[in-house]
Write a protein that binds this ligand. Structure first.
Ligand SMILES: *Cc1c(COP(=O)(O)O)cnc(C)c1O
Length: 464
């Protein structure tokens, strides 16, 4: 399997190369040259597999010759050991046709673990074999950072630098990153927003000499390996509730669009998915886009769902590439326009096509809390504010009555105690392995949103 850039100019790469590449040299994102497709018979044969077995079947076509099936199986099993539920991604029924897929049973209690635990093992094994070292650099609005840190904390061949917006992530989220005492883990609090952090990371990747001397690699959702691993739970959920003979809709609390795009990939691979409901908070750029066809940036506002406080959804470029029939020159033109002017529009016939498959909904903080309270009143379930936006979005969308809808529960309710208390008067307990989190020692530096300063810090602190 070869991978091509969404902007059409960078050279095609193998799976191994793509895992370490982050942005393509033309500024685009890598995607597989074509989507592997499973027929109905094949899907049917997957219905009784464990999560681990299913993960191997779904990911194997993307891996090419980089790993054998046995090697991939071992890595998937190792990657799933840290999940604290035997089903890995259990489904829970909310009412007769509505479900939750709980994606918070990993070590850091957010769905990012589902990709990063697997990717951590795959990267470590490839590095070990090739005797390389890399610096993994990422920006986080809360959950990616801790998931990356947990995935690589024991990997001697990897140095991890994580940028988070200073003061804008919850104290539990911050502590999950800053209390990991390992020499290869470096936390940088940037005085700015998540978009500033993301811009710094992009800037560092675009500095070719820095990228090459440091051997920089990304753990952001622009990394293809993460999208690939996230495709698995879409198969898991659809096959558990009647696929391949039943078409299923998904409601997805969305920030960088990585999770939604993984669902799009699952559908391209033959999985019967009828609709993607894209849930947002007041950072509603995607809702406005799916309504008007115009992508237009506004300043980031802070909400009770901080992992979605994002305006520039970096993975959206991958969908754009699909919308324009994989014509990289169109993507290049639109993205250049976007970075120069802050907006672009797509043609009305393209908008019509994607509106058949995507529906955007946005909610205020009060609406989010009301959704938490309502789910609690109806089912006794405590859900986190991100998940609540997914549930509210599912409810606000007209879905064919035959079609079940699965909301992806992207974080554990215990990560957001204040909001939960305000909405329900209740508190979800932290799982046992994090019970003493609030008493562990923290380690991080505060740096300005200045490319040269951050670059120098990394240069000085990456061990050789
Ligand atoms: C990262 C995150 C999201 C957004 O996911 P994207 O793939 O960036 O769209 C939603 N909810 C939670 C809890 C997250 O950590």
């Amino acid at each position: 399997m070869q991978y091509v850039s969404t902007r059409g100019l960078a050279p095609a790469l193998t799976f191994e190369k793509v895992l370490f590449t982050g942005l393509a040299s033309d500024g685009g994102l890598y995607v597989p040259e074509q989507w592997p497709v499973f027929g109905k018979e094949e899907l049917l044969s997957m219905t009784r597999l464990t999560y681990q077995e299913l993960a191997v079947r779904v990911m194997l076509p993307f891996v090419g010759t980089a790993l054998t099936e046995n090697e991939l199986t071992d890595l998937v099993e190792a990657g799933c050991l840290s999940f604290r539920h035997p089903a890995v991604a259990p489904l829970k029924q909310l009412d007769c046709n509505r479900w939750l897929c709980e994606l918070f049973h990993g070590p850091t209690l957010a769905f990012k673990d589902y990709a990063l635990q697997l990717l951590g093992h795959i990267l470590a094994s490839i590095l070990y074999r090739s005797e390389q070292r890399v610096v993994i650099l990422g920006a986080t609005s809360g959950d990616t950072g801790s998931a990356a840190i947990e995935a690589f904390r024991d990997c001697a061949a990897v140095e991890v630098f994580v940028l988070h917006p200073h003061g804008l992530v919850s104290s539990i989220q911050r502590r999950q990153m800053t209390t990991v005492q390992a020499d290869n883990i470096h936390n940088i609090a940037v005085t700015g927003t998540f978009d500033d952090c993301q811009a710094l990371v992009k800037g560092l990747f675009n500095d070719v000499s820095f990228r090459e001397t440091m051997n920089l690699s990304a753990a952001n959702s622009i990394n293809w390996g993460r999208i690939m691993a996230q495709v698995v739970y879409y198969f898991w959920a659809v096959l558990a509730i009647g696929g391949p003979f039943r078409t299923v809709a998904f409601a997805i609390p969305t920030g960088n669009f990585g999770n939604v795009f993984a669902g799009y990939v699952a559908r391209a691979m033959g999985l019967p998915i009828g609709l993607f409901v894209v849930g947002s908070n007041r950072n509603d750029i995607l809702t406005r886009f799916f309504t008007t066809g115009r992508m237009s940036v506004r300043p980031v506002v802070q909400t009770v769902s901080p992992s979605m406080d994002i305006q520039v959804a970096s993975n959206f470029e991958r969908l754009l590439f699909e919308i324009y029939a994989r014509d990289g020159s169109v993507v290049e033109r639109l993205m250049t326009q976007f970075y120069e002017t802050g907006s672009f529009s797509i043609a009305s016939h393209s908008l019509k096509d994607i509106r058949g498959l995507f529906h955007g909904c946005a909610f205020t903080d009060d609406e989010t809390k009301a959704a938490i309270a309502q789910v609690y009143a109806m089912t006794g379930e405590l859900v986190d504010p991100h998940t609540a936006i997914g549930i509210a979005a599912a409810r606000a969308t007209l879905v064919e009555s035959e079609m079940p809808i699965v909301t992806l529960a992207t974080a554990h309710p215990a990560k957001f105690p204040r909001v939960l208390r305000e909405a329900t008067g209740q508190q979800a307990a932290l799982p046992v392995h994090l019970k003493d989190l609030l008493h562990r020692e923290e380690r991080f530096v505060v740096l300005p949103a200045d490319l040269a300063v951050v670059r120098e810090y990394i240069r000085l602190h990456a061990r050789r």
